[in-house]
Design a protein around this ligand. Structure first.
Ligand code: MG
Length: 396
C-alpha cells in the first residue's frame, strides 16, 4: 500500500488531516480547535510521505518527526501519526489499540475540564457552583479540573493579585510573584471547590504556567489537606517551549500535593529529565502535541517505570482526537489515571461521524470499541456542508 495524498481542511476551527492511499483506505487525524493556523504546516509534510507505505507507521513518522516542535508546532506531525494508525488498523482489520499492544482495560476513565456553563466570576462561590455542575453532569465524572490563577481570569479580576504587571496578549502570557491577597484568593477558591465536590470526586487544578518557586510551594503545601489529584503547570506548561525540570523538582520535593505538567511537550525525549529526575508526580502529554499515539504510549510506559502517574491532556482534540485517546489509553500500564475528555467544538460534530458510543461517557468511563482503525468515520454526505470554501473536494 502507498500513500497517494495528504490533505488538510479546517472544519469549525479544527484542522482535519486526511491521508489517502492507492488501495482506497483512508485515515483521519484532528488537531485542537485552537489551532486552525497549522493547516499549511500539515501540508508541508506531504512531500515527505507520499509514496510511503502507511502501515509502517514508525518508518513514515521518522521522516517528519524532526521537523516539529513544542506546542503548537508538534500538532501537525502528531495528527499525521494518528491518521497513519487509522489506516494501519483498517488495513489489518484491527482496532488501533491492538496495534499499540492490546487492551489493558475494557473501559477508560475520563475527567472533565471546565464544566458546562461559563464561570460567573472569580469568587470562591462561583468556583464552587461550576464544579457542582461538573459533578452533577450526565457523564458521571469521577474527576474534574478547573483553572485558577494564571490559568483563569483572576489576574485581571482580583485587584492587586500580583506584585508584577498584568499583561494582555496571546494565551498564558502572565507570570510573577503573587501578593498575599492573590495567594489567599487562589487557596480560598480551591477550598470552596473541594468542599462542593466532597470526598468522592477527585479535583485537579490547572494553575499556569507562571508561578515562581516560593509561591508554588506555599500553594502546594496550603492545599495538602485537600488531597487534590494534582496541581498542573505551575512553572511551565501550556505553550511554554521548554520544560524547566529542575524547577519542578524543587516544588515536587517540597510537598505531598502531586505536581503535574507536560501538555505542551513534544516527543518522548523531552520527558526524560522530568521522569528520570522524579521532577513531577503526574505527566499529561497530549497525543496531538507530543507526536502521536505511539509517542504517548512510550511516555506512559517510561513514567510507569518511575512510579509517575499518566493523565493525558485532550480537552479540545475533537472527535477523532477522542478516538485516538481511547485507543492509546486502553493500552497503558497501571499508572494510568484518566484522560481529559475531549468535547467537540460544535454539537454538529456528533451528527457527521459514526462509531462513537451513545452516550459516550457512562459513570465517568468510556467503553473501548472494537471497530478497525480509530473506529470513527465521517458521514461524508452530512460532513461536506461544513467544509470551508475552496476545500469542497476534501473527501474526494
Ligand atoms: Mg492544562
Amino acid at each position: 500500500m502507498k500513500i497517494t495524498d495528504l490533505k488538510c481542511t479546517v472544519m469549525g476551527n479544527s484542522p482535519i488531516v486526511r491521508i489517502v492511499t492507492d488501495e482506497g483506505i483512508e485515515g483521519y487525524g484532528q488537531i485542537e480547535h485552537s489551532k486552525p493556523y497549522v493547516k499549511p504546516q500539515v501540508l508541508f509534510y506531504k512531500q515527505f510521505i507520499v509514496g510511503e507505505d502507511p502501515t509502517n507507521v514508525e518508518r513514515v513518522v521518522m521522516k517528519i518527526r524532526r521537523l516539529g516542535g513544542f506546542k503548537p508546532w508538534g500538532s501537525a506531525v502528531s495528527a499525521i501519526e494518528v491518521a497513519l494508525w487509522d489506516i494501519a488498523g483498517k488495513a489489518a482489520g484491527l482496532p488501533v489499540y491492538k496495534l499499540l499492544g492490546g487492551k489493558v482495560r475494557d473501559q477508560v476513565r475520563v475527567y472533565n475540564t471546565g464544566g458546562y456553563v461559563p464561570l460567573k466570576d472569580q469568587s470562591p462561590a462561583s468556583y464552587a457552583e461550576i464544579v457542582s455542575h461538573q459533578k452533577n453532569g450526565p457523564e458521571g465524572f469521577t474527576m474534574v479540573k478547573q483553572g485558577v490563577s494564571w490559568h483563569s481570569g483572576m489576574p485581571q479580576a482580583v485587584p492587586d493579585f500580583t506584585y508584577g504587571e498584568v499583561r494582555t496578549g496571546p494565551v498564558h502570557i502572565n507570570k510573577g510573584p503573587l501578593t498575599q491577597k492573590g495567594l489567599y484568593h487562589v487557596i480560598e477558591c480551591v477550598e470552596a471547590m473541594k468542599a462542593a465536590l466532597g470526598p468522592e470526586i477527585g479535583l485537579a487544578i490547572d494553575c499556569g504556567p507562571g508561578w515562581l518557586i516560593p509561591d508554588a510551594i506555599r500553594l502546594a503545601k496550603a492545599v495538602e489537606p485537600l488531597n487534590l489529584m494534582w496541581l498542573e503547570d505551575l512553572i511551565t506548561g501550556d505553550y511554554s517551549p521548554h520544560v524547566s525540570a529542575r524547577v519542578y523538582r524543587e516544588v515536587t520535593q517540597a510537598t505531598s500535593t502531586p505536581i503535574h505538567t507536560g501538555e505542551q511537550i513534544y516527543l518522548r525525549n523531552n520527558f526524560m529529565e522530568l521522569i528520570e529526575g522524579q521532577c513531577v508526580r503526574v505527566v499529561g502529554p497530549d497525543p496531538l502535541d507530543v507526536g502521536g499515539l505511539a509517542e504517548l504510549k512510550w511516555v506512559a510506559e517510561y513514567a510507569d517505570l518511575h512510579s509517575i502517574l499518566m493523565a493525558p491532556h485532550g480537552v479540545i482534540d475533537g472527535v477523532f482526537g477522542l478516538a485516538g485517546l481511547v485507543h492509546a489509553t486502553a493500552t497503558m500500564p497501571q499508572n494510568y489515571v484518566a484522560f481529559e475528555y475531549a468535547n467537540a467544538e460544535h454539537k454538529w460534530w456528533y451528527d457527521i461521524v459514526t462509531g462513537l458510543p451513545n452516550p459516550i461517557v457512562k459513570n465517568g468511563l468510556i467503553e473501548v470499541w472494537d471497530r478497525p482503525g480509530l473506529g470513527v468515520e465521517f458521514i461524508k454526505d452530512k460532513a461536506v456542508k461544513y467544509l470551508p470554501a475552496g476545500d469542497e473536494d476534501f473527501f474526494e
